[in-house]
Design a protein. Sequence first.
Lengths: 338, 152
Amino acid sequence: MKIGKQTIKLENTPKILQTSSIVGPKESQGPLSQYFDTHIDDIFFGEKTFEKAESKFMKTCIDNLLSKVPTSPENIDYIFAGDLLNQCICSGYCIRDLNIPFFGLYGACSTFCESLSLASAFVNAGYANKAIAATSSHFCSAERQFRMPLEHGNQKSPTAQCTVTGSGAAIVVPKDVGTQGPFVTYITPGKIVDLGITDMTNMGAAMMPAAFNTVMTHLQDTGRNANYYDVIATGDLGVLGSEMLVDLLRKEGVDLQGIHADCGALIYDHEKQDTHCGGSGCGCMASVFSGYFYEQLKTKKINKILIVATGALMSPLSVQQGESIPGIAHAIAIENEV
Amino acid sequence: MNSNVNMTNEEYSSYVDTKAKNSPIVKNIIWAFLVGGLICTIGQLITNLFMYLGCSKDDSTMICTISLIFIGAFLTAINVYAKIGQHAGAGSIVPITGFSNSIVAPAIEFKTEGYVLGIGANMFKIAGPVLVYGTTASVIIGFIYWLITMFI
């Protein structure tokens, strides 16, 4: 049921039955390492290309999810997945082997919330009994598509972020499967917001206005206060974007102090790992939510979370043509009690 | 309550500038000076060495250029040059070793797309503009020089 301007209330509160996460070498050395299911030390993951490696990251993550449930691919109704590469090849080649009906999605780094929103909406409406949402990203495949060759000796801007090598997947089922949550209660699909940032090395600033808009709209539509949530987690605004989001929301009377977390800021130790403003990419929120926050929900350390994945909808081509960077953010409210 | 960031593009841009950390310019300049200087000193040492061994000045500078290109390519291949570049910035980009790096780095990267459309087509992705405008500039300057010499 649509409420307010753009929020959907999922009256049947579908449940996130299980999640799975996998990360690469750099993330394995980060502060959240212990929360991830699988750690891969080889950036190539035994493959010949970075693109194949990324596909294998996602495949391994989904296989792990299926074995954790446990279930087999034939029992999955639909899969919603995406990644950062042109034509979403990582998802396509990964899911080619799974034989599951597939919706390929692109929302840049916001794709995890986009896929989880749609999977939840499908289950809520009764169109699916088991739907999977998955996304991935890979530092090396993203660098070669969006930036400079890896071996090129250049300096990164202090506002730059580092694409997370990893993948996360979640399976959504109807509420009555099992007894415990967490359940998906509201989804707020975001609008594209663009405040004219053209600097590709400052994604946090490009995406922050979209996160601001989605969080505010979600709170207005649901009539909730920010402190209703134990955590409001943004995807990959990074250190700078997070600071600005908290600052600007405070000016509008919304206090996120102590509530706000950012997956990109959490995943690395910025001083030791030289990651500047933090992590980014589809795999950032996917792995941090599936690994860290889902575990926190399961163990009841937190009970209500709003996840807001943020994406920058540009390409190197549009930036070279002088276009600014449009931002987008999708929010999902996930709660233990409904 | 306003659901949008209540700023114009210009206001937002200057707000971001006040919040964003600037590059550590002094540190970067010192690193660039030291590393760039070191690379040039190594070059001079190579030239002097070959002149000492009896090569002509022209031959020695040629050998120096070739050696530096090799060193740059070698350090790129063993993943050292990118690390130097993180600290040195322009100090390792501007000398000829940086030029070598800018050709070898994409060559390594695009090997997965094959020798023709991968390496062949992408090798000069970074160095290409330098070659195009470097060559064009030298032709223009040469033409001006030729015009001047006609009248003087």
